[in-house]
Structure formats: structure tokens, C-alpha cells
Design a protein around this ligand. Structure first.
Ligand SMILES: Cc1cc2nc3c(=O)[nH]c(=O)nc-3n(C[C@H](O)[C@H](O)[C@H](O)COP(=O)(O)O)c2cc1C
Length: 398
């Protein structure tokens, strides 16, 4: 009789524990939004562009898949009302990341990444894209934000041609950035040549580094940059403001950062999202900074090669062109099975980074050029995940 009572008590205890666990996980999953449809990923579907009749919007739907600083997606499109084959790209001055990008250099590179995706999509869809940069003149740097509203970055005019199968097209639908560890596999000289030839502009160069001395040196720059940046509260706040903690927020904003960008997926993603939604203090400044430095260390320790895009000058035109080249590099590298991440901290122009900025420029651009992109390159150990993108119609303004 006593034995039966003990057994009964054990079963009740076990059922209570199971019940408690189910309640905890259900609460986490509901807070995370596990049953919410991820609309923020729809633009990644290959058929997404087909719902639009206007070829200009079809191409824009491809452009917005491009890599862009802080995933701010700082793009405004104005369709030419008089000419149904033309449209304008403006930098969205309401989507600047002023702390990490005080001179909007990365914002301009992000215009270029977008334009190159448009160009590649045009080949497949049967449109030659004539891209004229700053058709109404360059910005007034003294009133940059207002100038961005007035002056387009580019006028794009389409001419119907025979569609061709661009070898790069399919790679637009892969996530652009892989922040994980890379395999210990270097590029062959033939592969480096294949990536070198994508640059035809004499005003800029692509450099590759995979010898031990440079890989260590550049890895130290990556880590130094992460340590400095993660100790700056105003920058941490800027990043925290655009971190989307759960599916509801991701569907609402569709830009900024999320767990996908850190490679967290599946059940683990929902547990993490649920936790920081219910207890936001878990994601406090100190713990985010620690995670950032630790993951940067792992990344730097597992990088077989670095590459840089260096321009002769730091004009707005060259910044945009550097972005176009970066997109080409991403697509060409992806087509060869490589992935990339641009740890940009040491290239950022705020006071605390000045010493590292000057040092890397003295060492790697001694002729006075500007390192526009500093990039990890390698074969992935882990697939990256697609990250948020806005609805293409949100980019179109009157
Ligand atoms: C100019 C520029 C600077 C960037 N800087 C960084 C960086 O410092 N660290 C990083 O991990 N990713 C960086 N990225 C990648 C973006 O964060 C990424 O493109 C964006 O979050 C969208 O994600 P996706 O590229 O995976 O689609 C940068 C991209 C661009 C174009």
C-alpha cells in the first residue's frame, strides 16, 4: 500500500514537472512568435518579383536583397512619371546609422551594392541597365541629409534586350553575410585571379591576403575593432535600437538585426527570442558586448583569407562604385563556394577608432587610398540564414 502511494506521488511529481516544462516552453514560443508567418523573408523567394508588372519594381525587388550596412536598407525609389523605363535611387537619410557611419560612407556603399544587384537581375530579366551616378550633381556635404532627399544617387534607364542566363543571378538569393567560422582552406591562385578580374575600374583595387603574417595581423585588427566598438555606449544603443527580438517585431520593422544574422535558427532561435522578449535585461549592454567580442574572436581565429576594396579617393562616386564591386565580389565568391563577412569596425570614422583606422590605412593603403571594405573570405562551416527585408513597395515613393 505504502509502495503504491510513493509511486503515485512520483507520477504526480513527474507530471507536474512535465506540465511546468510544457508551460515554460509554450510561453517562450508564444513570446517568440513561433506561429507567426515570417513575412520579412518573402522578398527572398525567387518568384517574389513576379507579382509586379512594372519591370522597374521587378528589378528593385532584386536590389533590396543586397548586403547593406546595419541592414538599414537605406533606399528610396522614385519612378520616372514621364518615362516608364527610368527610375531614380535616393539614399534614405532617415535610415542612417550616424554613430558607426558618421560620414554616411557605408550608406553610400550600400547604394552601390543595391545597384549591382539591379544590374545582374536586369541581365536575367532581359533589361540592359544604364546607370548614371549622381545625375543631378553630387551632394552638398554641409547639409548632407537634406541633400540626400533632393539629389538622386543614380538614374537607372532600362532598355529591353534578350534575357540571358547570368551565372551570378541565382547567388543573389543566398544570404550575403556569413559571420561564422570558416574552413581552413585557402584560395588557389586561379581562384584569386577569378575574383581579381571582376574589377575593371582603375580607380579602385581588390587586394587578397592569405599568408600567415597578414592573416594574423588582420585578425588582430578585426578583434581590436570589435573590442573598441563594443565599449562605446552610444554605438551599443544604436545597435540595440534596431535589434528585433521576436517574429512580431521582425514582421513589423523588416530591417535591422536579428538572431538569424548571428546564425541562430530553429528551436534555439525561438528559445532565445522568447527569453529576451520576456526578460529583455538578458540582452543588456555588457552581455551583448561580450557575445560580440567572443564571436568576433572565433571568426578571426577561423579565417583563412582577407580581402579589401581600396579606392584612390573617397568621393561619393567611388564609395558607390566600391559597393557595386562588393556585390560583384559576393556573387562571384558565392558562385565559387566561398562566403564573406565585412568586419567594418576599424574602417569606421569616429574618434575612438581613429588610431586603428590610421594604422590599417598606413599599413595596407600606404599610397593614400581609402579602404572601403575589409572582408573575411573563406569556405563556410555553417550555412548563413536569410535576414529581414522590407516589402518592395515600401521603398517606392512619389
Ligand atoms: C558597408 C557595409 C558594412 C558592413 N559592416 C558589417 C560589419 O561590420 N560586420 C558584419 O558582420 N556585417 C557587416 N555588413 C553586412 C551587413 O550587416 C549585412 O549585409 C546586413 O545585415 C544584411 O544581411 P545579409 O547581408 O546577410 O543579407 C556590412 C555591409 C555593408 C554593405
Amino acid at each position: 500500500m505504502k509502495k503504491i502511494m510513493v509511486k503515485k506521488k512520483m507520477i504526480i511529481l513527474l507530471l507536474s514537472i512535465v506540465g511546468l516544462l510544457i508551460t515554460i516552453f509554450a510561453t517562450l514560443f508564444i513570446a517568440s512568435g513561433i506561429f507567426t508567418k515570417p513575412e520579412y523573408l518573402e522578398p527572398w523567394q525567387k518568384s517574389y518579383f513576379q507579382q509586379f508588372d512594372d519591370p522597374r519594381i521587378q528589378l528593385v525587388a532584386h536590389g533590396m536583397l543586397a548586403a547593406n550596412g546595419h541592414n538599414m536598407q537605406p533606399w528610396i525609389i522614385r519612378l520616372d512619371k514621364e518615362n516608364s523605363t527610368a527610375f531614380y535611387l535616393y539614399a534614405d537619410s532617415d535610415r542612417l546609422a550616424k554613430e558607426v557611419d558618421p560620414f554616411a560612407r557605408q550608406t553610400m556603399i550600400s547604394q552601390g551594392t543595391f545597384l549591382e544587384y539591379i544590374r545582374v537581375a536586369g541581365v536575367n530579366l532581359g533589361y540592359e541597365t544604364n546607370i548614371v551616378l549622381f545625375p543631378n550633381g553630387e551632394y552638398n556635404e554641409q547639409s548632407l541629409a537634406e541633400s540626400m532627399k533632393e539629389k538622386p544617387v543614380a538614374k537607372i534607364t532600362l532598355t529591353k534586350v534578350e534575357p540571358k542566363n547570368s551565372s551570378l543571378y541565382d547567388f543573389m538569393f543566398l544570404p550575403d553575410t556569413n559571420r561564422a567560422a570558416y574552413q581552413d582552406v585557402q584560395l588557389t591562385s586561379e581562384q584569386i585571379n577569378q575574383l581579381q578580374v571582376i574589377n575593371t575600374d582603375t580607380e579602385m583595387s581588390i587586394k587578397f591576403y592569405q599568408d600567415e603574417e597578414n592573416v594574423i595581423k588582420l585578425g588582430n585588427y578585426v578583434i581590436a575593432g570589435a573590442k573598441i566598438e563594443s565599449g562605446i555606449s552610444r554605438i551599443n544603443e544604436e545597435t540595440a535600437d534596431i535589434f528585433r527580438a521576436n517574429e512580431y517585431q521582425k514582421n513589423k520593422y523588416r530591417y535591422g538585426f536579428s538572431f538569424e544574422g548571428q546564425g541562430t535558427s530553429g528551436i534555439m532561435k525561438h528559445i532565445m527570442q522568447g527569453l529576451i522578449t520576456i526578460i529583455p535585461s538578458i540582452n543588456n549592454e555588457k552581455s551583448s558586448a561580450d557575445i560580440f567580442v567572443k564571436s568576433t574572436q572565433t571568426a578571426a581565429d577561423n579565417t583563412p583569407a582577407y580581402t579589401m576594396i581600396i579606392t584612390k579617393e573617397n568621393s561619393r562616386v567611388q564609395q558607390v562604385k566600391a559597393g557595386m564591386l562588393y556585390s560583384r565580389l559576393i556573387l562571384a565568391a558565392h558562385s565559387m563556394g566561398f562566403v564573406l563577412q565585412p568586419p567594418s569596425q576599424v574602417l569606421e570614422e569616429y574618434a575612438e577608432m581613429e588610431e586603428q583606422y590610421n594604422k590599417i590605412h598606413e599599413e595596407y593603403a600606404p599610397e593614400g587610398g581609402i579602404i572601403q571594405m575589409f572582408i573575411r573570405l573563406g569556405k563556410p562551416t555553417k550555412e548563413a540564414l536569410q535576414t529581414m527585408r522590407r516589402d518592395v513597395m515600401d521603398l517606392i515613393e512619389d
